[in-house]
Structure formats: structure tokens, C-alpha cells
Design a protein around this ligand. Structure first.
Ligand SMILES: Nc1ncnc2c1ncn2[C@@H]1O[C@H](COP(=O)(O)OP(=O)(O)O)[C@@H](O)[C@H]1O
Ligand SMILES: [Mg+2]
Length: 238
């Protein structure tokens, strides 16, 4: 494992109990992610993408194997240590946006900073900056119901980046978006990756996302069948 390692997984097995038996969702997973990668877990529905992303995010635990994320060995960490790692160094983006409907764009984006006990003035500065990054400054006082799907997802991206995380996990972030909005949000994430060196892991089967990646890990039936690295004119060199 190099010093730049963001995620290092060895011999991961994940089984879910089903009835009196168990279902193997992931097996023989070995992977290393270096700093500032732009990577996708790609495979058909049911291949284990979300399960793997949740394990990397510390939201689900391995049955066997070692998972090291940003220097923390998740298997030997406490619930609080994992929560703290998520809160300070990770950002999450979901297909369904997960915005709080009664909160404005500003208030939704501010939440991670409140959790991190950032003081008011600095919160204002960081929220304004993140909302500007995603091009929503003119909607900062709107509520989710007043926004389009693309604007909701851009709000969710601003919330995921406001505390300047090292690693962002995005599960099917374009699934509810049209092509134009999908390309728009991918360009925002490419810019973050380039300018702030933020590492990205996407779980996706959307070709519009794949077109931007510099690394694709192909999953089939819970196993890695191919791991490709390449330069991509849409997102730069590795
Ligand atoms: N909590 C669970 N209990 C039982 N089986 C599960 C659970 N979560 C996921 N699975 C199964 O694990 C497999 C992989 O699921 P998932 O990681 O969601 O796939 P993907 O995100 O690639 O569509 C699927 O067959 C799914 O039904
Ligand atoms: Mg999934």
C-alpha cells in the first residue's frame, strides 16, 4: 500500500444472510485506489456496485477481508471513528439527491459544516463557495421543490463537497437526470477532481458517466473481472 493510497482492499468477502442460508454479494475483491483518481465501479444491476461502495463508505461491514480507507482500517475501527471519517473526509452523492425539503439550498449545503462544528462566518464562506462551484448562486434561497432535478443534484454535489472531502462516493448520480444535466454534473466533478485533487468513486452503469472516467473496475456477480486505467480527454491524464 503506497502513502497515496485512498482505498486499499484485500480479499474482501461480503455475504448477506438470506433465510437460513447466505448470499455472496462480493468475493475475492482486491483493489487499490491512489489519490485523485476518477474511477467507476461498473457492472449490471445486482453485480455488487452499491454493496462495495457502502463498504468503502463504512456504511456496511465486510464478512471477511481488510478495508483501509484514508489510512483507517475499517474492520478494527469503532462506529464513532467511522462516522468521524465520513463526516470530515468523505462526501456522498446518491441517485435520489436526499435533500431536506424544508431547507433551502443554503441550509442543505450547510449541514455537513454544522456536523463538523464549523463556526458561522466560515460556514457562510464555504457554503457560498460550494454553491458557486455548482452554478446555483441565484437559487441559494430556493427549496428543493422549486428546483429541477439537475439543480437538486447540483445542490447535493455542493453539500458533498462543502467540507472539501478527500474522497467522494457517488451511487448512480445521473440515474434521474437527462443527458444535458448528466454532462453538466460530470463536468463539475471533473473540475473538482482536477483543481482540488478530490478522489471519486462512481457506482454506475450509465455510459454518460463512463465517458468521463480514467479507470473502470468491471464487476460481474460480485467479482472484479477487469480493471482498466486510461487517459481520458474528457477528464485528463492519470
Ligand atoms: N441487505 C441485503 N440482503 C440480501 N441481499 C442483498 C442485500 N443488499 C444487496 N443484496 C444483494 O446483493 C447483490 C448486489 O446488490 P447491489 O450491491 O445493490 O448491486 P448493484 O448496486 O450492482 O445493482 C444483489 O443480488 C442484491 O440483491
Ligand atoms: Mg446499486
Amino acid at each position: 500500500m503506497s502513502n497515496n493510497s485512498v482505498v486499499n482492499i484485500t480479499n474482501l468477502l461480503k455475504q448477506f444472510p438470506v433465510g437460513g442460508d447466505y448470499f455472496t454479494a462480493l468475493s475475492d475483491i482486491n483493489l487499490n485506489l491512489e489519490n485523485a483518481e476518477f474511477m467507476g465501479l461498473v457492472g449490471p444491476s445486482g453485480s455488487g456496485k452499491t454493496t462495495l461502495l457502502n463498504i468503502i463508505g463504512g456504511l456496511d461491514s465486510p464478512t471477511k477481508g481488510n478495508v483501509n480507507v484514508l489510512g483507517m482500517e475499517l474492520g478494527s475501527s469503532s462506529h464513532n471513528e467511522r462516522a468521524n471519517l465520513r463526516k470530515t473526509k468523505m462526501g456522498f452523492i446518491f441517485q435520489s439527491y436526499n435533500l431536506l425539503p424544508v431547507y433551502t439550498v443554503f441550509e442543505n449545503v450547510e449541514l455537513p459544516l454544522i456536523l463538523n462544528k464549523v463556526e458561522t462566518q466560515e460556514r457562510n464562506r464555504l457554503v457560498t463557495q460550494a454553491v458557486d462551484w455548482v452554478g446555483l448562486s441565484d437559487k441559494i434561497d430556493s427549496r428543493p421543490a422549486q428546483l429541477s432535478g439537475g439543480e437538486c443534484q447540483r445542490t447535493a454535489i455542493a453539500r458533498a463537497i462543502v467540507h472539501k472531502p478527500t474522497l467522494i462516493l457517488a451511487d448512480e448520480p445521473t440515474a434521474n437526470l437527462d443527458a444535458e444535466n448528466s454532462h453538466h454534473i460530470m463536468n463539475i466533478m471533473v473540475r473538482l477532481n482536477k483543481e482540488l485533487d478530490t478522489s471519486f468513486i462512481f457506482a454506475t452503469h450509465d455510459e454518460k458517466i463512463m465517458a468521463y472516467l480514467r479507470r473502470i473496475i468491471h464487476l460481474e456477480d460480485g467479482q472484479i473481472v477487469k480493471d482498466e486505467h486510461f487517459d481520458n480527454p474528457k477528464s485528463g491524464k492519470n
